[in-house]
Design a protein around this ligand. Sequence first.
Ligand code: AHR
Length: 517
Amino acid sequence: MNKVKPINLSLVVVLLTITFSLNGQTTSVEIKSSADAPVISKHIYGHFAEHLGRCIYGGLYVGEDSKIPNKDGVRQDIIDALIELKIPNLRWPGGCFADTYHWKDGVGPKEDRPSMVNKWWGNVVEDNSFGTHDFLNLCEVLDAEPYLAANVGSSTVQEFTEYIQYVTREEGVPMSDYRIENGRKEPWNVKFWGVGNEMWGCGGHMRPEHYADIYRQYATFMTDWSNSDDFYRIASGANVDDYNWTEVLMREIPKNLIEGVALHSYSFVEWNDKGSAKDFTEEQYFSTMKTALRMDELIRNHTAIMDKYDPNKRVDLIVDEWGGWYQVEEGTNPGFLYQQNTMRDAMIAGTTLNIFNNHSDRVKMANLAQTVNVLQAVILTQDEKMLLTPTYHVMRMYNVHQDAKLLPVEFTSPLYVHNGEALPALSVSASEDNSGNKHFSLVNIDAKKEHEIELNVDGLKLKNAVAQILTSKRVQDHNTFDNPEKVKPIEFKDFKLKNGKLTLTLPPFSVVVVEAK
Ligand code: AHR
């Protein structure tokens, strides 16, 4: 969870690689095709589903007896939407919930499962009816890789290692036999394991030195000397700009015990005065975008520390919680973090994903918080109704970048100026997929002005292009259960591809994705 962090705009501006041009001019973007550019890991487009509010219960999971069409209790409409999104991985069961979760409570006959109190999220009773089998089977249906965030804060090494054996061991040991007894013959393929969550906060308020030792102990017992199970172990990472946390972990954890180190950073107006998710001023919009764009500075600074201890980039940076965080919708449980999702969230998603793409040499996974009905959700539900948010549409438009080769970009952004402060208005990333298709994702966060952009694509020998745009009349626009398609992408034809240049004008607060061959 973020603490209050005043943002220093000069840092935001200085630390972006781009510089700024005069407004009103065409922005020229150079596309640098490079043989050693990284591949954009599909896992950057990952999601996160916690036992929090209506994310699992009353969201994803309605139970097998529900009138709502479902597969083993999970809503079919949500399954279809997530498959369409090409969701590459799903993190579960938390979040803060993870360090209170005892996995054995969530396996075996549902009627025999004990209840617990979900102490972080509304103090509600958790009946454990959605457990490990439900989650891992869902991942198989979605063709998404599971990312299990395991309990370290209130667990033991034994409980943790038994969980690994239960899930991944074929047969012949008590835990694998217990799984088989519970109805699952084959083990699941779980590669990604989180070793605790926010250990500096809800995971135990630990100091980094203490957690580094705890991490070493847990990671040691997860596998054998050579990690022949090929587990991908992710250490609970820093809160926003807690660079000392990353420094200590990178210094103290031997590189043969760790594959990824996490980072959490949310976007908001003010941490202590978050404001409405859908009725906000331009001032509040500007402040939110300032915190969103700060992701670039955070990745650069955490990466610089990682580079010091790991110059060959063996350990990845995993931004396993990001997204917008506002006041909950009026009349809803404050512990359930249910919020609407507007074009502002589309701007957060578009710019953040561009930042991740452009840092894909070190950022190998990210998880938007959270999938359904919580924080910057891609899906909202109300009884049998379901809607796709503007954020969903951005994630779907951008899924063309998954596992594509980055085409690095260089440009000078015009400014989005508000009340004497300025932010870069434009954000761009580009990639080439295995079939040779090139994709350009372009965002204009300026709430008032359109900006013309010219991509120099001369070297790419492009012959034709198609594009989609997501925008709306007001930046506060969002989808409702009565009008679920108010904000949705449409075809965008207003561009020119001529003489090695792709030219278009981005309307205020818009996202455009161009596909060119
Ligand atoms: O995503 C909501 C909460 O934010 C998570 O449980 C926790 O890890 C973070 O503080």
